[in-house]
Design a protein around this ligand. Structure first.
Ligand code: PRP
Ligand code: URA
Length: 208
């Protein structure tokens, strides 16, 4: 699973523990998800090559390195990926965003697409945001939809994954890079990650 990168960062590990804690209320849960998104993006862009561009400074026009922020399109998977958007925009203010709503059927565990508001992606780097990779069905679906829009590159930022789902993504989409904070033990019979954080969408938006 060479394209699955587990990010080693003790602040991120601490955030995962806060997310697991059932005393973390919905407001804080969203804040931690957002912060995890910010840290994952920093890690994913560590080796991004800046390009030299002229800017006006106090002594005239000079070339300086800049990341081409407009090349990045953040794509949160609704619902649970939404709180990650605030975090990533904090460090990439001129990026764009597109939206996918994908929901898995709790019985069959099959994912269904409800809404696609992702712009054409020619020449862009698509950055998928979703805290959970369980069976991998939703991420697989999102990648399929995004690939049809012809991006230059796809990366996925995820917080907790099960080995089963990550293996599926590694095998089916070796051309994308997945940055993940924590790989947990396994899936249970209902397709939930153990130990995991429970239902991320419900916890983020106070529903059951
Ligand atoms: C959660 C999560 C992922 C998906 C992961 O969303 O945010 O998108 O489950 O499971 P999978 O890897 O088995 O597909 P969910 O379908 O519960 O929708 P929600 O965010 O609206 O609650
Ligand atoms: N979706 C979640 O929100 N949690 C899981 O453990 C699995 C899928």
């Amino acid at each position: 699973m060479e394209n699955i990168i587990q990010v080693k960062n003790s602040v991120l590990t601490n955030i995962v523990t806060k997310l697991r804690d059932t005393n973390t209320d919905s407001y804080l849960f969203r804040k931690y998800i957002s912060e995890a998104g910010r840290i994952l993006l920093l890690e994913a862009l560590k080796d991004e090559k800046p390009v030299n561009k002229k800017i006006k400074i106090w002594v005239g026009e000079y070339e300086f390195p800049q990341i081409e922020e407009g090349k990045f399109v953040f794509i949160p998977i609704m619902r649970a990926g939404l709180p990650m958007l605030d975090g990533v925009f904090e460090i990439m203010k001129n990026a764009k965003a597109g939206f996918l709503a994908i929901k898995r059927d709790e019985k069959t565990l099959k994912s269904k697409l409800y809404y696609d508001r992702v712009p054409p992606l020619d020449g862009k780097t698509a950055v998928i945001l979703d805290p959970m990779v369980a069976t991998g069905g939703s991420l697989d679906y999102a990648v399929e939809v995004i690939k049809k829009k012809n991006p230059e590159k796809i990366i996925s930022l995820n917080i907790i994954g099960a080995p089963e789902g990550l293996k599926r993504i590694a095998e089916k989409h070796p051309d994308i890079r997945v940055y993940i904070a924590q790989i947990d033990e396994r899936l249970n019979d209902q397709g939930y990650i153990i130990p995991g954080i429970g239902d991320a969408g419900d916890r983020a938006f106070n529903t059951e």
